[in-house]
Write a protein that binds this ligand. Structure first.
Ligand SMILES: NC(=O)c1ccc[n+]([C@@H]2O[C@H](COP(=O)([O-])OP(=O)(O)OC[C@H]3O[C@@H](n4cnc5c(N)ncnc54)[C@H](O)[C@@H]3O)[C@@H](O)[C@H]2O)c1
Ligand SMILES: O=C(O)C(=O)C[C@@H](O)[C@H](O)[C@H](O)COP(=O)(O)O
Ligand SMILES: [Zn+2]
Length: 364
């Protein structure tokens, strides 16, 4: 088993990664079982595909599944309110841990519900998508989307344990796997140029399900994220903001497409990373070659790299309006994660929104 520690003092926890780990859920989750039961929040699709594996591994435990609809729409006040009522109806106690069994939507929603239920109870992440393996299950960002934008209501609330079994990805469809891959490549672009080179050679293997390549890439991305989170848990400095590479652009694209299946979060991040690198190249911060390598790699693994490809016709002015609600805004200025080269992302607070709008109009 690969174990990545997330060093956060009294909120420290482990990320355990191993094929077949789900079969050991009884042993792994033992410390969190209270009164013989475990409350598990999941979505209907995950539960249909993987629920039996979890409940069989928890033989003898009274598993209480609480299911929500699959998809980004469940990161909403309506679903959160209903979930809270259902958790309270189970007479859940503050000393209990809730298990988030699903992708990033379930992790973000359940994590937020745990943060506010009875003023905070514990939770454990058992992620089931590639995206949630490499990114959303680690670091404690939880929350929901609201009319004003993506993840604008939420809390930092760390899980007590993360259990990653790459074999759960066997039932995940190929488009979702590719979307999750974008957050792996993002990590290489941020601060690990050698890892990006490795991905250029092995990205297909990661996507196609080579277990060794997948485990290596998952561990690498998780370890990178854990290091950044340990250094800047609440994004008060510029360190954690780097994990937002591609997201200022990407979240605007998700807003424009109504958080719908038209553009998955990971696809928006891929497109956003290409835009951030191309914008950086136009400003001569990084080379045109690095921007092209980024575009070519995402294209090679089947991710969208242009607005036209994603079917987005909105003007730069409309897209930058979405960016105005970005959480990285300070003193009225939106911060952008730009790049001095592959593996050299940095936070830039000098960007003029009119320049971004004109860039988007030129680079449809
Ligand atoms: N908190 C963070 O740090 C963080 C980081 C990155 C992304 N996110 C958030 O994560 C969300 C995206 O997460 P996601 O890409 O995992 O999407 P998701 O949770 O919507 O899952 C994608 C789809 O796959 C299905 N699914 C999940 N696991 C499956 C499995 N093993 N077999 C079959 N079907 C399965 C789900 O039912 C869903 O329909 C976004 O809301 C994004 O904002 C959060
Ligand atoms: O963990 C982080 O920090 C990230 O930025 C990871 C991102 O991949 C993730 O999508 C996150 O939810 C975006 O953060 P937000 O603060 O912009 O909502
Ligand atoms: Zn993301």
């Amino acid at each position: 088993m690969r174990v990545v520690p997330v060093e956060l003092g009294d909120r420290a926890y482990e990320v355990r990664i191993a094929p077949g780990l789900l079969e050991q859920a009884g042993k792994q989750l033992q410390p969190f079982i209270r009164g013989g039961r475990l409350v598990v929040v999941s979505d209907e699709q995950v539960w249909a595909a993987q629920g039996a594996r979890l409940t069989e591994a928890l033989d003898g435990v009274d598993v209480n599944p609480v299911l929500v609809a699959a998809g980004e729409g469940s990161k909403s006040f309506t679903v959160l309110a209903d979930l809270m009522d259902r958790l309270l109806a189970l007479e859940i106690e503050r000393s209990e841990h809730i298990v988030a069994f699903g992708g990033g939507v379930i992790g973000d929603l359940t994590g937020f519900a745990s943060a506010i239920l009875k003023r905070g109870c514990g939770f454990v992440q058992v992620p089931t998508t590639l995206l949630s393996h490499v990114d959303s299950s680690v670091g404690g960002k939880t929350g929901i989307n609201v009319a004003a934008g993506k993840n604008l209501v939420g809390a930092f609330h760390q899980p007590s344990l993360v259990l990653i079994d790459p074999e759960v990805l066997d039932t995940l469809d190929a488009r979702q796997v590719r979307a999750g891959y974008a957050e792996i490549a993002k990590y290489g672009l941020i601060e690990d140029a050698d890892f990006f080179v490795w991905l250029e050679a092995n990205g297909h293997a990661v996507i196609e399900g080579d277990l060794e390549a997948r485990c290596y890439a998952i561990e690498k991305a998780v370890a990178g994220k854990a290091r950044i989170v340990a250094a800047d848990e609440r994004e008060t400095g510029d360190k954690r903001a780097l994990l937002n590479l591609g997201h200022t652009f990407g979240h605007a694209l998700e807003a424009e497409t109504g958080y719908s299946e038209r553009l998955l979060h990971g696809e928006a991040v891929a497109l956003g990373c290409v835009q951030a690198m191309t914008f950086s190249a136009e400003r001569r911060l990084c080379s045109a070659d690095d921007a092209e390598r980024t575009r070519a790699h995402f294209a090679a693994v089947g991710l969208p790299t242009s607005l036209a490809e994603a079917g987005i016709t909105a003007s730069g002015e409309v897209l930058t309006r979405h960016m105005a609600s970005d959480k990285k805004k300070a003193g009225g200025k939106v911060a952008f994660i730009l790049s001095r080269g592959i593996g050299q992302a940095y936070v830039d607070r000098t960007v003029d929104m009119a320049d971004v709008a004109a860039f988007l109009d030129r680079n449809g």
